[in-house]
Design a protein around this ligand. Sequence first.
Ligand SMILES: Cc1cc2nc3c(=O)[nH]c(=O)nc-3n(C[C@H](O)[C@H](O)[C@H](O)COP(=O)(O)O)c2cc1C
Length: 368
Amino acid sequence: MAGSSFGTIFRITTWGESHGKGIGVVVDGCPAGIPLTEDDIQPYLDLRKPGQNRYTTKRAEADSVEILSGTFEGRTTGTPISLLVRNTDQRSRDYGSISELYRPGHADYTFDQKYGFRDYRGGGRSSGRETIGRVAAGAIAIRLLSELGVTFTTYVSAIGPVCIDRNHMDYTRIWESDLRMPDARAEERARAWLEECLQSQDSSGGTIECIAEHVPAGLGDPAFEKLDAALAKAIMSIGAVKAVEIGDGTEVSKSRGSENNDFYLENADGIPYKSTNHSGGILGGISDGSPIRIRASFKPTPSIGQPQSMLTRDGHCVTEVIHGRHDPVIVTRAAIVVEAMAALTLADHLLLNLSSKIETVKKIYGRD
Ligand SMILES: Cc1cc2nc3c(=O)[nH]c(=O)nc-3n(C[C@H](O)[C@H](O)[C@H](O)COP(=O)(O)O)c2cc1C
């Protein structure tokens, strides 16, 4: 199966299925000398793992990461870093009843059309568990970017119809909040909405925002490798993401040029700055040094407990109920996945950019 690799220099290949022996990732192209142990990666996987609240799947996985290669004495060696997470709580029997059914909203029908077979146990390769490899690799990208002072703030900005109020933001509570919301009042309303969804055996969509700060200016490209295009592809490749926006996103279509342009001004010391950041830190496909703002919209979890009309493999429609363990909402666990994909994209572009100017190349080889 092609299409499991992402990135050009900082390149990852994820592997594994939901109900196989394990899931993992190979990270190639990571510079040598970065301090890295399992303890640097595990906290990120813990933010993604199931069972963190009553709105995530009850599948009980520790998701403990093992570094198999690519480090020596606690530092990266510049060789491929192989990371493994063993699956321990597969209950494949839960899925026996859907082996001949295509569930609505899932990859079942399309996967079978493409490959002529389907691993129906927990979604196989199309499962949300595939994102374990992304998060583990993303933790390394975040570690690399932190060496240059790049930081991330990622949170859930909406669950169903409940949106955060930007006047009530408290970024310090994001990772303590099980719904990953920076607004406590919105979180309470989101909780009530999710209870309604649970009672009616339904699920909810939501949005995630990710802000990358202190990203150097100059990352990206003016044409096919535009940084905004690369970020959109990276984040759209996460299961259940249906839209990606940069900066003011779809709102710009309602705006005037005089409102949307980010004017350059000078402060009292004569230092220029951008008065606003409608562009979300990217102009002409290249980072401008201001915060990169990304928003991802997730569809409601396709697996719901209600009876639904499904398609059988031999072409008939039947009404069935899906059994198994599922997330009533995906965004709470996916926030760290969005951050990981943003970090992987920026780390790759950071390394790609080293060849953009002869001055930089000469500096690397001590000829400046
Ligand atoms: C972190 C994460 C967890 C997910 N958990 C579930 C789940 O428990 N149940 C489910 O039906 N879909 C879940 N999904 C969504 C499916 O992976 C995805 O919707 C499905 O494969 C169809 O792909 P598409 O929505 O991109 O078209 C999850 C996705 C992510 C990123």
